[in-house]
Design a binder for this molecule. Structure first.
Ligand code: DQA
Length: 154
């Protein structure tokens, strides 16, 4: 395992704490703990540390994105993986936060949002993301981390 060369922020939005029991036919049976394990394994293989955050509150998600900049008290992040969940389809605030911090960002959705209801086809987040992965289940998080590692040179 290479020495840690950078940090990735993995942000999960509302209701993703319910993974495993929430609409398993749509989101699968993997839990948020499984997402975390997948992310830690993929990141450490490329020498990245990860910080995982899940919140049901839009402002907390905005704060988490802003945290990518870092401060004297807290390290920032070199890249972001975000599943904004329902806020994908509503949040100008998250779009603006991602644009402001200007970190390489991959938007992930467990389900194929384009094959579902019409309202899920529009994302306020995609214009602020470098890539979008939808419909790959929790594998999408691994793919997102591999892409960021490639782009960040990990
Ligand atoms: C989701 C898709 C969103 O439309 C939905 O609101 C979610 C999860 C996904 O991972 O497939 O909560 O982001």
């Amino acid at each position: 395992m290479p020495a840690e060369t950078g940090r990735l922020l993995i942000i999960n939005g509302p209701n993703l704490n319910l993974l495993g029991t929430r609409e398993p036919g749509v989101y699968g049976t993997a839990t948020l703990a499984d997402v975390e394990e997948t992310c830690r394994t993929a990141a450490s293989a490329h020498g990245f540390a990860v910080e995982l955050i899940q919140s049901n509150h839009e402002g907390e998600l905005v704060d988490a994105v802003q945290g990518a900049v870092g401060s004297a008290e807290a390290p920032g992040a070199d890249g972001i993986v975000i599943n904004p969940a329902a806020y994908t389809h509503t949040s100008v605030a998250l779009h603006d936060a991602l644009t402001a911090v200007a970190r390489p960002t991959v938007e992930v959705h467990l389900s194929n949002v384009h094959a579902r209801e019409e309202f899920r086809r529009h994302s306020y987040i995609s214009p602020a993301a470098d890539a979008v992965i939808a419909g790959a289940g929790i594998t999408g998080y691994r793919l997102a981390i591999e892409l960021l590692a490639e782009r960040l040179g990990g």
